[in-house]
Design a protein around this ligand. Sequence first.
Ligand code: NDP
Length: 478
Amino acid sequence: MAKMFIAGEWMESESGQVTEIRNPATGELVDTVPKGTEKDAQKAIDAAAEAYPKWSETSPEERAKVLDKAVDLINEKKQDLAVLLTKEQGKPVSESVREIDHFLHGMKFYAGLATKVRGAQVPLPEKGVYGMVLKQSIGVCGAIVPWNFPITLMGTKVGPALIAGNTVVVKPASTTPLTTLQCVEMIHRAGLPEGVLNIVTGPGSVVGEELLRNPKVRRIAFTGETKTGKHVMEIASQGIKRVTLELGGSDPMIVCDDANMKRALTGASVGRFYNCGQACLAIKRLYLFESIADEFIEQLKGKVQRLKLGNGLNEDTRVGPLHMEFQRKEVEEQVEDAKKKGAKVLIGGERPTGDEFDKGFFYLPTLLTDVPDSGRIVQEECFGPVLPIFRVKDLDEAIEKANSSSYGLGASIWTQNLARAHQAAERLQAGNVWINSLHIGYDELPFGGIKESGIGREHGPEALEYYLEPKGVVVATG
Ligand code: NDP
């Protein structure tokens, strides 16, 4: 049985209860973890609060050293961690390795920023008086993480939080705690004092809720569904906590008639089917200029048909299972709704058959055309391997449709025309725009959504600012 990590020690839940973690491809038991309670969460929060004053006074170099060492420790175990991540999450091992690499890159990025935090000296109107801006840590941070990229999304919170001098309690998703537990313990072992970094496993409605309500937690970094995000914001507002929300998306991809077809085809296929379509920044609506639509669709069909579906532990697997049965049902219902409203299924649109798929949550990579704008798959986030394709007459229509969503996370434009690309980058309502590029979240660039896709940013030096409090100081020299 895996245990929680609180105040520098592995612990069971005070309830004595456990949660089973099962492989989404086979249903096999991977391990069990403690089913944490409010009291367990309080223990972790108390430990983080106790550790905070000392940790906040450490030098930026010391903090950076810990993160750098953690990167080395985790890197040594990367292959084993990747297999564990695949077992609990379902993604192909190659994607698990990439996820851990991305996490390590992010941790290194923040280690590098530790000594670059700057305040300011500000001239003031009165003679002999000037201002200073100090950048100070906030306190105990709660990091609430979803199951689709459990390791990178833990790192995007823990990295900047620790570097800024805060202490942290991590709450992983109930279904993907195992690799995170290992990584958190290794970060601790790299040289953190006890209580600086803690992890509590257990239901969001209990452990997560305690993080939102406990007055000792001053900052909440949440990634998850928009619906949960609204609740998080509401509860955290009672304690006037600083909150960042990285929520759902319905990213549009626009392919113009002058696009490099080969690259755009890869963009659409990888962009939609990576991690079985379970990415916030996955391409969830494809808008093709009419004149290239037939050829593009034909070639995309061929590409998607070649994607090998299977257990993520098999080396040749390109698309694994969905993560949960509940979620597969949701995707099926969205496809059925689209079909009822007139959509055509080009490929997929059902579960695969055969022994190797029977016990997992598999769904065939699917392409849909003729989906009406009223379809649930257009209006809602589709968190699975289904791509609805639309034809548009020009850029204006494409942008209008792209912007018609309540989400505003990412969007891409594929064109060789610089003016079109710039116009789209300015007019698309999204926190991130890619021009002729895969939808990738780079550690160096701020990432986050507008509209119902979130508030605040992760990645980049910008994210560090969300873990620092600027304090104004007035100095009268006369
Ligand atoms: P959920 O909102 O269901 O869960 C996210 C986390 O919140 C989990 O750890 C969950 O715990 C916890 N949680 C649930 N209820 C509460 C509560 N009442 N109080 C506090 N915490 C709670 O999201 P999913 O795990 O289903 O993740 C998928 C979603 O995340 C998608 O919508 C996706 O688009 C979005 N996402 C956004 C990203 C972005 O950067 N914008 C990046 C990646 C994903 P438990 O598991 O125990 O329920």
